[in-house]
Design a binder for this molecule. Structure first.
Ligand code: F3S
Length: 390
C-alpha cells in the first residue's frame, strides 16, 4: 500500500499511519475491525476539510472496514426547521455525500456502539471521538487509541493501525486508584466526576472504586465523555463493573498513586462550568440520547405542553427505533424537537438565536461558551426535562 501498488489514496493513508507509528515506536501494523471517523461537521472542518475529503475521494479512497461517522453540523433533512443557514446546510450535505461515495456510513452519531458498530471484547478498532473511544475501551473492553479525524480516515482506507498505546496490554493497566467519597445519584454526578478526574489527572488509566455503575450505560457514557474533555483519559476501570477491572489483581494496585474525590469537589466543578443565569432552552444529548433516554423524556412530557424549548439530539437510527416504541409522538405533541444527525456542540447554535441553555453534560458546558458563545447551566437529565415542562 505504501508504495502505491493499491492506489494513491491508500498510499497517502498508509504514509500517515507509518509516520504516526514511527513517532510511537510501533513494531508493526495491525488490522482493525471497525473505524469511527470524527471531523464530519462543516462547522468544525470548514472549507479546507471539505476540499480535503473531495480530493481524497477523487484519488480513489474507500472504506476497507465498517466505518461510521460522528455527528454532522445539522439534521440532514430537517435543517430548515432547525434554522440552519442554507449555505451551511449545502456544504454539510456535500461532506456527507463524499463520505457516502467512500462507503462510510452516515450514522452521524457519537454513540456508534448503540447503532450497529459495537466492537467485541479485545477487538482492535481505530476510533475517533473522545466519548466513543472511552466507551469502547472501558465499557466494551475493545482496544483503540485516541484517533483524530485524519488517522481514523487513514485506518478506514487501509484497514490498519499502528500497534502502540492502548492496543498493548501493558498500557491498559491502571496507573492510579481513585476513591470516590460521594454518593453518586444522577447522570450529572457521573459527568461531574469524570470532569474532575480528567482535570486532576490529565492522561492516566484510573481504577475507580466506591461507585456502583452496574448496568448504567448512559451514566457511563457521560462519565467517559467528560473525563476525555477535561483530560485525555481514554480508558478507565470501575471496580467490579467494567470488564477489564475483573482481571486487575488487587495486589498490583498497592503501589499506585491514590487520590480521592468528594462531593464538594464535584459541586465546585458544577459551579465553575455554570455560566447561564436564565436558560430558556433545554438541550439534551451530549453524548447523543440513547433509546432509554428518549423513553424517559417521552414519559415525563406525555400529555403536557412544554413551556420552554426542548431539543433532544440523537442518531437517526435511535430515532427510528424510538418511533417504533412510541417515544417520539408524545415529545413532539408536547412541543419538543428531536434533532438527528447533529449535536449541540457541532451545530451552529449561535446562528440559530440560542444564547443560554440548560443541559446535563459537562462536555457541552466546557465547549459551548467558547465555541458558540452559548452560556450553560447544569442539571440532571430528568430535571432538565421537568424544567422544560414547568
Ligand atoms: Fe457527542 Fe457532540 Fe457531545 S459529538 S459527545 S454530542 S459534543
Amino acid at each position: 500500500m505504501l508504495e502505491g501498488e493499491r492506489g494513491e489514496a491508500k498510499a497517502l493513508a498508509m504514509k500517515l499511519l507509518v509516520a504516526v507509528g514511527g513517532i510511537f515506536d510501533a513494531e508493526r501494523m495491525i488490522r482493525v475491525r471497525s473505524v469511527h471517523v470524527s471531523g464530519v461537521s462543516y462547522k468544525t472542518i470548514g472549507e479546507a476539510g471539505l476540499e480535503f475529503l473531495e480530493d481524497l475521494c477523487r484519488k480513489g479512497a474507500e472504506a476497507m472496514v465498517k466505518t461510521t461517522l460522528n455527528p454532522a453540523g445539522t439534521d440532514l433533512t430537517e435543517w430548515r426547521r432547525m434554522g440552519i443557514p442554507r449555505d451551511f446546510a449545502r456544504k454539510q450535505l456535500r461532506i456527507i455525500s463524499v463520505f457516502n461515495m467512500m462507503r462510510m456510513y452516515a450514522t452521524c452519531t457519537c454513540i456508534p456502539y448503540f447503532v450497529g458498530n459495537r466492537p467485541r471484547f479485545g477487538e482492535s478498532v481505530a476510533w475517533a471521538e473522545s466519548s466513543a473511544i472511552s466507551f469502547a475501551n472501558s465499557v466494551l473492553g475493545a482496544r483503540t487509541n485516541r484517533e483524530g479525524g485524519p488517522t481514523a480516515l487513514a485506518s478506514s482506507i487501509t484497514g490498519r493501525t499502528p500497534l502502540y498505546g492502548l492496543h498493548l496490554d501493558e498500557n491498559r493497566r491502571p496507573t492510579h486508584v481513585v476513591k470516590v467519597q460521594s454518593e453518586l445519584q444522577s447522570d450529572l454526578d457521573f459527568s461531574l466526576l469524570g470532569y474532575s478526574l480528567g482535570r486532576r489527572l490529565g492522561y492516566c488509566v484510573p481504577f475507580i472504586t466506591g461507585i456502583n455503575a452496574k448496568g448504567k450505560l448512559d451514566h457511563l457514557k457521560s462519565l467517559g465523555a467528560s473525563m476525555a474533555t477535561s483530560g485525555a483519559i481514554a480508558l478507565y476501570h470501575i471496580d467490579g463493573t467494567t470488564p477489564e477491572s475483573l482481571s486487575v489483581r488487587k495486589r498490583d494496585l498497592h503501589s499506585l498513586e491514590r487520590i480521592s474525590l468528594n462531593n464538594s469537589e464535584l459541586q465546585s466543578v458544577k459551579e465553575e462550568l455554570t455560566s447561564a443565569e436564565r436558560p430558556r432552552h433545554v438541550c439534551l444529548g451530549c453524548p447523543h440520547c440513547s433509546l432509554e433516554e428518549l423513553g424517559m423524556v417521552a414519559k415525563l412530557v406525555s400529555g403536557k405542553r412544554l413551556k420552554r424549548k426542548l431539543w433532544c439530539f440523537t442518531s437517526r437510527k435511535t430515532y427510528e427505533e424510538a418511533d417504533k416504541r412510541g417515544y417520539i409522538s408524545p415529545i413532539v405533541r408536547a412541543g419538543g424537537m428531536i434533532v438527528r444527525d447533529t449535536c449541540m456542540v457541532v451545530s451552529p447554535l449561535e446562528k440559530m438565536g440560542v444564547e443560554q441553555i440548560l443541559t446535563n453534560s459537562c462536555k457541552a458546558a466546557h465547549y459551548l461558551p467558547s465555541l458558540s458563545k452559548v452560556q450553560v447551566a447544569l442539571k440532571p437529565f430528568g430535571e432538565c426535562v421537568r424544567f422544560a415542562v414547568e
